[in-house]
Design a binder for this molecule. Sequence first.
Ligand SMILES: Nc1ncnc2c1ncn2[C@@H]1O[C@H](COP(=O)(O)OP(=O)(O)OP(=O)(O)O)[C@@H](O)[C@H]1O
Length: 265
Amino acid sequence: MSLLSVRQLHVMGKQNHIVKNLSFEVREGEWLALVGQSGSGKSMTAMAIGQLLSPNLQAKGEIWFEDKNILTLCAPVIRKLRGKRLAYIFQDYQSSFTPFLTIGQHFEEYQRTHLDLSKKARRRQAVDALASVGLAEDIYSRYPFQLSGGQLQRVSISLALLLQPDLLIADEPTTALDSVSSFKILELLSRLQAEAGCAILFITHDLRHVKKYADRIGVMKDGVMIESGDKDHVLNHPQHPYTRRLIQASPSLRKDLLKHEGAFG
Ligand SMILES: Nc1ncnc2c1ncn2[C@@H]1O[C@H](COP(=O)(O)OP(=O)(O)OP(=O)(O)O)[C@@H](O)[C@H]1O
């Protein structure tokens, strides 16, 4: 069943038309990857979904989250939705943290806004959340600058999943990490998704990252969705020359594509 339905979305600045007539759906519990090279409008699409666009940009169209058109919601309602049902993790996770607050204080802030729990229960919940992403209890008292990039991104995942959202929007969450940490973060996301049953809208410019985890893929170019479908279908039978070029840019994917075309072409 469809959880999020983006219909004829346009994102515009004063001088530029960034996202053009974009329509797609995210189904309950699925992993949908939005791919495309830098500047194709993936992040602006993600930001429009949570009404997080900067004030100089305007979104037009419809973004249905269950029975609500997000683009018509007022600020307090969208804030509530964003905290509870819809969560984000970003490539630039460092800036999601306040440098002078400990990790525990970040949890506290989030929990006080959205939950009614005792101090003891809040601490227990935070420590359990940290454990679920493989982090020990002592992280709770540390400051963000005392953690590695991989550890900090794990903390932001545990915060994002704390309220068991229905949709997690992950905007290039591994781009700033080395390849070992990236792999671990993707494995972690995949495990947590299976446990929590939430849907993931995963934004990346790297098709290799989606090969293993995504259910479906949407390919964006210059603000337009040029191709979408089941992951295996898109990767093995790309219809658009641009999708083909993206696949060919990765040696392992290119090999698979050639194998398929050899077998079926
Ligand atoms: N505040 C803004 N005002 C005007 N244009 C903007 C603004 N923010 C982004 N853009 C432009 O929108 C276009 C799409 O940017 P977006 O960040 O969505 O691309 P992307 O596909 O996510 O790329 P990347 O993979 O590099 O993150 C770019 O040309 C960018 O310069």
